[in-house]
Design a protein around this ligand. Sequence first.
Ligand SMILES: *[C@@H]1O[C@H](CO)[C@@H](O)[C@H](O)[C@H]1NC(C)=O
Ligand SMILES: *[C@@H]1O[C@H](CO)[C@@H](O)[C@H](O)[C@H]1NC(C)=O
Ligand SMILES: *[C@@H]1O[C@H](CO)[C@@H](O)[C@H](O)[C@H]1NC(C)=O
Ligand SMILES: *[C@@H]1O[C@H](CO)[C@@H](O)[C@H](O)[C@H]1NC(C)=O
Ligand SMILES: *[C@@H]1O[C@H](CO)[C@@H](O)[C@H](O)[C@H]1NC(C)=O
Ligand SMILES: *[C@@H]1O[C@H](CO)[C@@H](O)[C@H](O)[C@H]1NC(C)=O
Length: 536
Amino acid sequence: MKGAILLPSLLLLLLTLLTGVCPRRPEEKYVRAGEMVALQCPRYRGYDHGDGRLIWASHTTQEKDLTSDMSSAEQMEMGVLVHGRSLVILNASVNHHGNYSCSQGNASRKYWFKLMVYTTRTREYEEKTTYPMTCNTPESCTLTCPDVNIPAENIPDITTSGTIWHKKADSSLTASYFSSVKENDGGVYTCTRSYLYHGQIYNMTSTVKLEVQPEKKPKKLAEITSPRMSEVFPVDLGSTVMIDCQAVAYSEFDEVFWLMDGSFVTRDNSSPVFYNFTQGPGKNKLIASLVFKKVSKEDLLKNYTCMLQCESQPSSYVFINLVQKPRPAYVSLSLGIVCFVVVMVSTVVIYVKFKINITLFLRDTLGCHRRTSDGKSYDAFLMCYKSDTDAGLNDDDRKWLESVMEEKFSYSLCLFDRDVLPGRAVQEAVLDCVQQSRTVVLVPSSSDPGPGAGFLSVIHEALVERQTDLVFIRTEATEVWRSGSLSEALQLLSEAGDCVTWKGVSSMSPSSSFWKQLRYYLPAPQNASKIRLLPK
Ligand SMILES: *[C@@H]1O[C@H](CO)[C@@H](O)[C@H](O)[C@H]1NC(C)=O
Ligand SMILES: *[C@@H]1O[C@H](CO)[C@@H](O)[C@H](O)[C@H]1NC(C)=O
Ligand SMILES: *[C@@H]1O[C@H](CO)[C@@H](O)[C@H](O)[C@H]1NC(C)=O
Ligand SMILES: *[C@@H]1O[C@H](CO)[C@@H](O)[C@H](O)[C@H]1NC(C)=O
Ligand SMILES: *[C@@H]1O[C@H](CO)[C@@H](O)[C@H](O)[C@H]1NC(C)=O
Ligand SMILES: *[C@@H]1O[C@H](CO)[C@@H](O)[C@H](O)[C@H]1NC(C)=O
């Protein structure tokens, strides 16, 4: 029982393999009732078995072998015409609706057609039989009638008598050629081909939907918009600099990037020089920003290139160099002012700190000092007074002081115990000495070789009166005196004159600061200068 079912199936399979027969969708054809339609049997392997006779069969309301069963007259009557591989239905009607097949020889596979005859213009029919076409303003445009379902040219007795065009909803004829098509030329057109057969005219109508598109824009070129040309960018060393290269592109494959001396700049933003990439506000605007985190001297030596690489045109470039910004004028000006102030301040500081050394240097080596011709005989009146405390200079120190002043530094001194002539009134003699001296030097002493402390007030008055300078020598012990422990006259004198402190043994050397100070406050020795200087 099983074998009985299996056998036919195997046979069918075998048959299929041998003949290549397998179910196949028929080719669909659409025609309006009253129109002509032609079916063309294709020459494909499987349908064409060499010299076998071509057989057309209709599988409409009645099965019919259109080739062998019918005579030409019968064909005429049915309104069909078979010639070679063509089957022409001259005047389609609902009777022609159905399937058709063609095959060559009994063994060959059949090729199927499904003919659909419409009596009314249905939407489906319109869709299946409307052919689209596109033209652009303001170009020329020729409507072409589709070559579908038309009879082969070699069929005897059928002659074509031209094609006419209508625009839909317009009964008048139109030309199929537009020298310069306009947008309102768009719409649905029908073309009617007419064929003459045995004195009868048969029509074939097709529909063409013309779409008129606006003028094609000229193709835009991608370009770098900024910087416009090779540029030199002034930068400050050490500053962060960002240079934007902007481009307009029209393809998603266009790219903008930076080169540094011919090699690619990285996009890695951890490196000192990199570029990053943004798509601008418009979709076709590209920005590649070259970033220098800290401009170095080496960066100034390199050449930078912004490159726009396009798929449809040659690449474009812009060349960039960096230069150091010139310092603005106000920076130099303020720098100058600062330098001037610094020089001034340091000059003042140096002068204040070293004024004694400088003055003595100028006086000793260059002989620069004020020369007075005041008719005075002495450079200084060295006056000792008995100090109230034990803080005065002892006799040896006093003698040393006098001898260094006279012998080492050539001061001419008026000394009370030497130069004041005895026999005169003491007060008068002291005042005379003051008058003959340019400076009075008050020396506290532990003994009392001078006129005594009682004369101090007299001297003070004389100094004020005669405008004579006073140098007040103190000892380290007198320095700690409280004001008030000094006598009133001494107090006044110490305030009126310049003070120099005798520091005992350390002040003995003529190069000690005691001597420098003392000489600074004293005028230059007049005798010495007369000897040393060239006569004027
Ligand atoms: C086509 O057939 C229709 C009806 O069958 C008829 O009215 C018409 O005249 C025929 N057309 C031609 C050209 O024979
Ligand atoms: C035509 O063939 C299709 C299958 O291809 C079938 O469904 C349809 O019934 C056939 N029509 C006629 C009229 O034979
Ligand atoms: C083809 O079929 C016809 C009948 O349809 C028959 O008379 C003829 O012998 C067949 N030819 C072959 C080669 O089978
Ligand atoms: C064929 O088309 C022409 C032109 O449109 C028309 O005059 C004629 O009547 C049509 N013939 C038939 C049979 O439809
Ligand atoms: C590019 O890098 C710079 C510097 O790091 C930054 O300021 C800028 O926002 C970056 N731009 C983009 C689009 O990442
Ligand atoms: C940079 O370009 C200038 C001229 O454009 C060229 O003379 C110079 O050699 C270039 N420098 C480098 C490092 O390529």
